[in-house]
Design a protein. Structure first.
Length: 165
């Protein structure tokens, strides 16, 4: 990870440049402000832990729309608190809880939203715009795997719902 290029990593970069810590030894102890570093280990933690220090969050009241079908998809979200219902038409296809990604398909495909997302309870979300998404995918491969797993789980769920209907 390029710590020198990120504002919140200045302390780590200074320590590393001073020679007090090598590139491959004890970096986890020094980089205490960087939750992204911790996610780049073999055991992936909950995606919400990547954003536990997030201060610029979006808050929704119950009944508020996060987005509507047809909206442009310039960002995806990580649900930090609360529940959001995902609708296809009038049918709830999923109720997302804390730690779940929402709106990733529109960001990846660069297409309009294909569903509505409505807050079921009070919610707090971290916004992930395209630039941040690509940074996370590049610097934390486990985040990319988490996005792929989310897409696969949703596809499997939609197929199961379609088979029942």
């Amino acid at each position: 990870m390029n710590h020198e290029g990120r504002e919140e990593h200045k302390a780590f970069a200074q320590v590393r440049r001073s020679g007090q810590v090598s590139r491959n030894r004890n970096w986890r102890m020094t980089c205490f402000v960087c939750t992204l570093c911790l996610a780049d280990q073999t055991a992936f933690m909950n995606a919400s832990e990547l954003f536990c220090q997030e201060t610029n969050t979006l808050k929704l009241a119950p009944g508020d729309f996060l987005f509507r079908e047809g909206d442009s998809g310039e960002e995806m979200y990580l649900l930090l608190e609360g529940e959001i219902e995902i609708f296809l038409g009038d049918f709830v296809i999923e109720t997302a809880g804390a730690g779940m990604l929402i709106g990733e398909m529109a960001l990846i495909e660069d297409n309009p939203r294909t569903a509505h997302a409505v807050a079921r309870t009070a919610c707090r979300l971290a916004k992930i715009d395209r630039r941040r998404f690509y940074f996370l995918v590049q610097q934390t491969p486990h985040f990319a795997t988490h996005v792929m797993k989310t897409l696969a789980d949703r596809l499997r769920h939609i197929n199961a719902v379609a088979a029942v209907r």
